[in-house]
Design a protein around this ligand. Structure first.
Ligand SMILES: Nc1ncnc2c1ncn2[C@@H]1O[C@H](COP(=O)(O)OP(=O)(O)OP(=O)(O)O)[C@@H](O)[C@H]1O
Length: 278
């Protein structure tokens, strides 16, 4: 499907290529992230979603091609300038030893500090607001390592929030969370979107993607298979093409959005029949 460029696009990947040790995992990928919308990237394990998110934040510079953020080439921006505009939460962030919640969230203010502008009441307020928005004020002095997986995920979200960037890239922010906690994270992302932030999430739950996304990117083997509004994009054929999945698409009776129901299992022990990593 030919990607149609959204009218107001804040982040663009142009002809992106990525090689790991000489092996190509992404080749000639073009994407457009609409401003102030919630974009979800979907695709099979190993298709290159995390790699794409890292390229979009310059954590992993593309082997070829360029990323453009609000008209500026990302590679030409300084680290702090970039981090003031764009935040990335990776899939498994490394937790520093013995760190407390407030201290970790405060690290989100690093891009705002300069030689002349040290820690200020503005930073203090940003951290307090991030803790409050994620319901962590009462846990500010707790060791992060002592918290549950769901609480720790909220701490990482608070860190990203304290960074106050317009664009948030979140890699599987709901993994390891129970269903209620997953929906809290998704509602939280929706609220950020309603405040005008741009969000790009990697998810594995297609129904959550169909419910929350304004814009979907479907990947397969390092390529974009389709991108656009979920309602217009999703089809049983596309699910077959993207996931080898045989599913029906019905309408959520309450939310009105499309949702999928996989057909009776033909998937047991199917790993060996699927292609390996790209
Ligand atoms: N550091 C690395 N060195 C070498 N190959 C890598 C590295 N990181 C990822 N890859 C390979 O790049 C490909 C894409 O990986 P990536 O993690 O981007 O996929 P993904 O779609 O995010 O997968 P998942 O859904 O399982 O998280 C895979 O084949 C993976 O094995």
């Amino acid at each position: 499907m030919t990607p149609e460029q959204p009218k107001d696009c804040i982040l663009q990947g142009q002809e992106l290529h990525l090689d790991y040790a000489g092996k190509s995992v992404i080749a000639g990928l073009n994407i457009h992230i609409p401003r102030g919308r919630l974009t979800v990237i979907l695709g099979t394990n190993g298709c290159g979603k995390s790699s794409l998110l890292k390229m979009l934040s310059q954590v992993l510079p593309p082997s070829k091609g360029r990323v453009v953020l609000d008209g500026k080439t990302l590679a030409e921006m300084g680290n702090k300038e970039r981090a003031r505009q764009l935040a990335l939460l990776v899939q498994k962030p490394e937790l520093p030893d013995g760190i407390e919640v407030q201290e970790l969230v405060s690290r989100g203010r690093y891009p705002h500090q300069t030689l002349w502008q040290q820690w200020s009441p503005v930073d203090e307020r940003a951290v307090a607001n991030a803790l409050s928005a994620t319901g962590l004020t009462g846990m500010a002095r707790h060791q992060v390592a002592s918290l549950s997986g769901g609480q720790q995920q909220r701490v990482w979200l608070a860190l990203v929030l304290a960074q106050q960037s317009d664009v948030l890239l979140l890699d599987e922010p709901t993994s390891f969370l129970d269903i209620r906690a997953q929906l809290s994270v998704m509602d939280f992302c929706k609220a950020l979107r309603q405040q005008g932030r741009t969000l790009v999430l990697v998810l594995h739950d297609i129904n959550q993607a169909l419910r929350y996304a304004d814009h979907l990117l479907l990947m397969r083997e390092g390529r974009i298979l389709a991108q656009g509004a979920p309602e217009e994009l999703i089809s049983e054929q596309l699910l077959r093409d993207a996931f080898d999945l045989d599913a029906r698409i019905i309408r959520d009776p309450e939310a009105g959005c499309p949702m999928l129901i996989p057909r009776v299992s033909q998937y047991d022990h199917a790993w060996d029949r699927r292609e390996g990593p790209v």
